[in-house]
Design a protein around this ligand. Structure first.
Ligand code: HEC
Ligand code: HEC
Length: 308
């Protein structure tokens, strides 16, 4: 009996020590610092460059959808001012993540960041303070020219003071942050510039590195890793199932002409509450939509995956 008690006592102490060590390791790994190159990108005050940036921010790159905490689409429709002042809360199983204020405000925005610090955050996923950026944004392979246009537009905005709360992670969130979150960077060397035309090549660039059609329209697991064939759909987001965009006969757009595709984007959101940023994508030009359509015609035909 005494022996059993002793064994239990020491097992208890060992377990306690183990838990304490894990807690300590997790805490120490909460603010790991990473190094990554600073892209040689400087903002321009040229109005054509700023216009291009604005088009990307409100259109294909849809920054406005995540970096605004009101209903940006309804404000834009009413002609009311809308800013990239952040604070939008993403409520996830790991906790609540807030988008940042990316107006030039010095205290609460990006006013004190250099152009290359902003470019590094977007391209290499490393914040100016060296910590990893949660991978919400797909711009790692955005061209130098477009990154410069976007940052030039960011610099041209009116500063808006809006203190955004710090992220609130739960226990699972802290564990995920300690062991799984790392900066995500580009594949290969991002292009200096990309020709804007209606070819599949430009469509591929828009679909993968700017508008991120792939990440919603491909089946993924909880950690975000891809499970299914690219663009074959079957991915559930906030209770909405994404359709298959490949040319397979089971695909939603298999029989759509280029004109049908453009017309669909001009209609905007038809399924109420759909998480797809229809309004921002509806601001894309005919040329951009043609390019995406042409690219989707070249992806491997794949059957829609069955549920779970
Ligand atoms: C799908 C949602 C989403 C889209 C689209 C998006 N962002 Fe973000 N962005 C976020 C979130 C969430 C964070 C916070 C990440 C973190 O703190 O690690 C963030 C962080 C940032 C940061 C880092 C700020 C800092 O304080 O370090 C910058 C810069 C940024 N975004 C710029 C942009 C620009 C420019 C665009 C469009 C070209 C854009 N974002 C589009 C969600 C988004
Ligand atoms: C944030 C996730 C998300 C992103 C990003 C996204 N989609 Fe979707 N998409 C959805 C969801 C969910 C649906 C189903 C609900 C609906 O029709 O709105 C959908 C539906 C569609 C449809 C079918 C519409 C219909 O009426 O049948 C097409 C076409 C489409 N998406 C194309 C695209 C393209 C092209 C892109 C990139 C430019 C894209 N999507 C980016 C989530 C997304």
């Amino acid at each position: 009996m005494r022996r059993l008690k002793k064994i239990l006592k020491w097992t208890g102490i060992a377990l306690l020590l183990l838990v304490a060590t894990i807690v300590l390791v997790v805490l120490c790994r909460q603010n790991l610092h990473y190094s990554a190159p600073y892209p040689d990108i400087t903002a321009s005050t040229d109005s054509t460059v700023i216009e291009r940036g604005k088009h990307l921010v409100f259109g294909p790159a849809h920054c406005i959808n995540c970096h605004n905490n009101s209903n940006p689409d309804s404000l834009i429709e009413k002609g009311l001012p809308v800013s990239l002042s952040g604070g939008f809360a993403f409520r996830l199983p790991v906790g609540t993540i807030y988008s940042r204020n990316i107006t030039p405000d010095k205290e609460t925005g990006i006013g004190n960041f250099t152009d290359s610090q902003i470019a590094r955050a977007l391209r290499y996923g490393v914040h100016p303070d060296g910590t990893a950026v949660y991978d919400f944004m797909p711009f790692h392979n955005m061209s130098d020219e477009d990154l410069r246009a976007v940052i030039s537009y960011l610099r041209s905005q009116k500063p808006v003071s809006n203190p955004v709360p710090s992220h609130e992670l739960n226990t699972m969130g802290h564990l995920v942050k300690a062991f799984l979150i790392k900066p995500v960077g580009p594949e290969g060397t991002p292009p200096a510039s990309v020709k804007e035309d209606s070819t599949a090549a430009y469509g591929k660039y828009l679909a993968l590195s700017v508008a991120e059609c792939s990440s919603c329209h491909t089946k993924r697991d909880l950690s975000g890793a891809y499970l299914g064939e690219p663009f074959a759909g079957g991915n559930e987001i906030e209770g909405y199932m994404t359709p298959n965009l490949t040319p397979d006969s089971s695909g939603r757009i298999a029989r759509w002409t280029q004109q049908d595709f453009i017309a669909r984007f001009r209609k905007g959101r038809l399924v109420p509450g759909s998480p797809m940023p229809w309004n921002a994508f509806g601001r894309m030009s005919d040329t951009e939509l043609k390019a995406i359509y042409n690219y989707l015609r070249t992806v491997k035909p794949a059957k829609t995956p069955t549920l779970h």
